[in-house]
Design a protein around this ligand. Structure first.
Ligand SMILES: NC(=O)c1ccc[n+]([C@@H]2O[C@H](COP(=O)([O-])OP(=O)(O)OC[C@H]3O[C@@H](n4cnc5c(N)ncnc54)[C@H](O)[C@@H]3O)[C@@H](O)[C@H]2O)c1
Length: 373
């Protein structure tokens, strides 16, 4: 791993930070600290792997309490992107960036453009996109300084809102998981609980209703619930996520924040299938085994939520929605392959997904070192 810094000293960081970076990111190729005092930009770009190609991953804009928290998050998220791209069959590596601060007060055109210059300085080894706290309009600003940007608005040649194909991919994965559980991928009459009906959850509800499922939703935002009720009159609303998971369900789709699958949730869950959009659904290692032991078919999060990555990656070839949708549809086959490997190897699906992703990185990945373009 190479660690480059644009500054000679980062006053808020503990003196031991560089040593910690090597330890914390033992698998990572490169971690770049970026600072622009004039705009208040403090960002970290982490490139986990370029074995399969340039590292693509979004920029999270978040008020981390400490630099160490931001570093831990970007290392974790970038590693996840390598696995997601590898399993999704993309010729991309894994990277991610975080901008430290409250986007509501710190975000400005000048800051985003300063950030864009740092992205450009990596010469395409890292390709950025939207994540929590950043939007397509922000990427348009970043793109005024860098060629290595995806997730721009449609008006600027971008793929726009990635939640459309994220939801479609989750739906395709859900069909494959249903087939593994019940021998048929028909969702007619199945009760599906969706926790979190934001950008992705809302689109997923549309696919489920169309497939004949009986949908129950929950969200902490009344606005989000109202919008779904307006769009689909037949959808029922549960009081809370706790009430939803404890109610009779065939499928549970976590589409809000991470760590939805805790020991407590597994204990009360009646659903035979768990398949949702949220990242990092397993609250801790071991939950995947608890789910398998209870006969729950878990469709791994990064396997089924790769549609958004597929959508923005398509921008690199000149965006075609039809082509990207066709690729996202293959999440059905990938999920089936993961579940088949899990059955044949006698391991939980999450382990099987890791094995398939690692196999592709190893077998298809570049042998002559880091990606340079
Ligand atoms: N947008 C994408 O393309 C994409 C791609 C891959 C993964 N994901 C993941 O999918 C999930 C949803 O993403 P999104 O873009 O729809 O985000 P979003 O912010 O639009 O939606 C999240 C929704 O969850 C609700 N929520 C928050 N806490 C909740 C709780 N405790 N109980 C119930 N609802 C709660 C929010 O009110 C909001 O409506 C996230 O975990 C995200 O990381 C999104």
């Amino acid at each position: 791993m190479s660690v480059t810094s644009s500054v000679t000293s980062v006053t808020s960081s503990p003196p031991s930070l560089p040593a910690d970076v090597f330890e914390l990111g033992a698998e990572h190729e490169q971690v770049v600290f970026c600072q622009d005092a004039a705009t208040g930009l403090r960002a970290i770009v982490a490139i986990h792997s370029t074995a399969l190609g340039p590292a693509l991953g979004g920029t999270r804009f978040h008020p981390y309490a400490t630099t160490a928290d931001a570093l831990a998050d970007v290392l974790d998220l970038s590693r996840g992107m390598s696995y997601k791209a590898a399993l999704g069959g993309l010729d991309l590596g894994g990277g991610k960036a975080v901008i430290i601060g409250d986007p509501a007060t710190l975000k400005s055109e000048a800051l985003l453009r300063a950030y864009g210059r740092f992205v450009e300085s990596l010469s395409g080894r890292y390709l950025t996109a939207c994540d929590v706290g950043t939007y397509s309009e922000d990427m348009d600003h970043v793109a005024r300084e860098s060629r290595h940007v995806t997730g721009r608005t449609v008006a600027h040649g971008g793929a726009g809102d990635s939640s459309v194909l994220t939801a479609y991919g989750v739906f395709r994965g859900l069909l494959a998981a249903a087939e593994a559980a019940w021998g048929t991928d028909s969702l007619e009459g199945r009760v599906v609980g969706v926790s979190g009906v934001g950008k992705v959850g809302r689109h997923l509800v549309g696919h489920l209703v169309e497939a004949g499922a009986s949908v129950v939703v929950t969200d902490v935002s009344d606005q989000a619930l109202d919008r779904v009720r307006d769009e689909h009159a037949g959808v029922r609303v549960a009081e809370s996520t706790e009430a939803l998971v404890a109610s009779p369900l065939d499928v549970y789709a976590p589409c809000a924040l991470g760590h939805a699958l805790t020991d407590e949730v597994v204990e009360v869950l009646s659903a035979r299938v768990v398949c949702g959009a949220a990242n990092n659904q397993l609250a801790h290692p071991g939950v995947e085994k608890a789910l398998a032991d209870r006969g729950v078919v878990y469709a791994p999060d990064y396997c089924v939520n790769a549609g958004g990555l597929i959508q923005v990656a398509d921008e690199l070839e000149g965006f075609s929605f039809a082509r990207a949708q066709q690729r996202a549809a293959r999440i059905y086959d990938t999920t089936r392959a993961v579940l088949e490997l899990a059955a044949s190897d006698g391991v939980p699906p999450a382990t099987a997904a890791d094995r398939l992703a690692e196999r592709r990185m190893r077998e298809v990945g570049r042998l002559r070192g880091i990606w340079l373009g």
